[in-house]
Design a protein. Structure first.
Length: 208
């Protein structure tokens, strides 16, 4: 029969008990706290990437001021100037029409030749109504002067379309226009202007 082992031998073969669980936990390194993750800051924001709002605003204002100054200097303006000196009007018998000879001075104030495209006169009546007529053809002026000699008083040579004026040049001229009204209504007018539209210019030259 096999020999029975003694209790002491049995006890010597039993493994040692495990270490105390609390001590193991104490020796375990403490976990680091979770880092807050902001996706917006990863890709950048206006607050982080743009200069202060006051600097941006000052730059915008500066740009607007420069643009305004350039626009003011480069704005469209008439290429000439002048004034009306004399107006002589006559009734056309039986037609309720007035013929008016308008004498004026025109100066080319631009830096390039002025080519006349059209000439018109605009009249505002005492009631505020506006009447406009294009200047009569140059070839008809002599006929009007013969029929109505009063129109020739203080008249100057005609200024025709396609006329050319060099920079700085000045010219006195007369145009004849007609308005459907009586001589009395013409004399009570509020205003009379001559409008000269040059070629290749956005604005006409208005003489008063």
């Amino acid at each position: 029969m096999p020999e029975e082992h003694s209790n002491d031998e049995a006890d010597s073969t039993v493994p040692s008990p495990p270490c105390d669980l609390a001590s193991d936990v104490a020796r375990t390194p403490t976990a680091e706290p979770a880092t807050e993750f902001r996706i917006g800051e990863e890709f950048g924001t206006a607050k982080r990437t743009l200069p202060p709002a006051r600097i941006v605003l000052a730059c915008i204002i500066g740009i607007l001021v420069i643009v305004g100054i350039v626009s003011f200097k480069e704005r469209a303006k008439p290429q000439g100037a002048g004034a009306i000196h004399f107006v002589q009007a006559v009734d056309v018998p039986g037609q309720n029409i007035v013929l008016a000879a308008v004498t004026f001075t025109l100066r080319n104030t631009g830096e390039k030749p002025l080519w006349v495209h059209t000439l018109k006169a605009q009249l505002t009546t005492s009631q505020g109504k506006i009447n406009e007529d294009e200047a009569a053809s140059v070839v008809d002026l002599d006929r009007y002067f013969q029929a109505f000699p009063a129109l020739k008083e203080s008249a100057e040579p005609a200024l025709a379309p396609e006329s050319k004026m060099l920079p700085g040049a000045e010219q006195k001229a007369t145009i004849i226009v007609s308005f459907k009204m009586t001589k009395e209504e013409f004399d009570r007018r509020k205003s009379l202007t001559v409008s000269i539209q040059p070629y290749d210019q956005p604005l006409p030259i208005v003489l008063k």
